[in-house]
Design a protein around this ligand. Structure first.
Ligand SMILES: Cc1cc2nc3c(=O)[nH]c(=O)nc-3n(C[C@H](O)[C@H](O)[C@H](O)COP(=O)(O)OP(=O)(O)OC[C@H]3O[C@@H](n4cnc5c(N)ncnc54)[C@H](O)[C@@H]3O)c2cc1C
Length: 265
């Protein structure tokens, strides 16, 4: 079974700051990491490979520095990695990103057909959750989003059964292979990297493809192919601390009534 995982390099949003003057993300303030949802996608792909045999390939679109996220995936058990990197890709929104990734996936599946594609539920910086569904639409594949458990992969019947997370529970859905799945973090627990994987990752160099290798339409990538524009990014105003009322129950109620009536007036 050939499983492909889309992985994005993101700034660690627990560390990132917003410049109060410009309201822009200060990307230099945060280390670059693999999008956390994508680590779980790689882990799930590796677990399926362990059951059925086959291969896990990862793909990322980003600057050359994103080689590091591919090496991270090799540590997690992936076999091969492709980095799509070209100045023509800069400024791509989700529409253009899904176009470039779909073109890259076409190149990979031309060499070796793909049975399953995994994406994270969302990227922790862009947060749109649009890229996975965009890739599925472009490749004409069924898509299973917000998946929290893979119940079964039936390679003979060529189908997969998953649990999709809902607000008040989950639903069980089947789809034919090949299909695209976006994963929640609950889907698995990450395991420790093995020593052989760490050694392989240290030496590993991904295959790097540019716009010409994808034989893609330049007008559909980068700023030219991106109809979305970001008008403003801002940190929400900090809310003041709440006030704790102390005393007997009667004192607290009296005080509360007094405070609320002051507000009404
Ligand atoms: C006008 C505009 C210009 C932009 N310019 C830039 C820019 O120059 N540089 C930049 O870094 N961002 C840029 N962005 C942000 C960029 O569009 C998004 O980060 C990107 O399209 C992915 O969207 P997302 O982060 O919401 O991912 P989501 O849709 O939330 O991601 C879901 C999943 O899709 C997959 N995925 C998403 N992105 C990638 C990727 N790049 N490679 C592999 N898999 C991926 C992952 O599996 C991820 O978990 C720009 C956005 C806009 C609107």
């Amino acid at each position: 079974m050939h499983i492909l995982v889309c992985v994005k390099q993101v700034p660690d949003t627990t560390e990132v700051r917003i410049d109060p003057e410009t309201n822009n993300l200060d990307r230099s303030s945060a280390p670059a990491i693999i999008n956390p949802y994508d680590s779980h996608a790689v882990e799930e792909a590796v677990r399926i490979k362990e059951c059925f045999g086959g291969k896990v390939t990862v793909i990322s679109m980003g600057p050359l520095a994103a080689v590091e996220v591919i090496k991270r995936c090799i540590m997690l058990g992936a076999d091969e990695g492709y980095l799509l990197s070209d100045r023509a890709f800069a400024g791509s929104d989700t529409l253009a990103t899904s176009y470039i990734l779909a073109k890259g996936i076409d190149v990979i599946s031309g060499k070796e057909p793909i049975d399953l594609i995994f994406c994270g539920k969302q990227a922790i910086d862009g947060d749109t959750a649009q890229v996975g569904p965009g890739i599925a639409r472009r490749l004409g594949l069924p898509q299973l989003t917000y998946v929290q458990e893979i119940e079964d992969v039936d390679n003979d019947k060529r189908e997969v059964t998953v649990h999709r997370k809902l607000d008040d529970g989950y639903e069980v859905v089947k789809a034919k292979l090949p299909c695209l799945i976006t994963v929640e973090k609950e889907i698995n627990e990450l395991r420790y990297e093995s020593l052989p994987n760490l050694i392989q990752a240290a030496r590993y160099q991904p295959i790097i493809l540019g716009a010409a290798d994808l034989k893609a339409d330049l007008s559909q990538m980068g700023l030219k192919g991106s109809p979305t524009s970001v008008n403003k990014i801002f940190a929400p105003a900090q809310r003041g601390q709440g006030e704790i009322l102390k005393g007997s129950e009667k004192d607290i109620v009296d005080l509360l009534v007094q405070k609320l009536s002051q507000k009404v007036v």
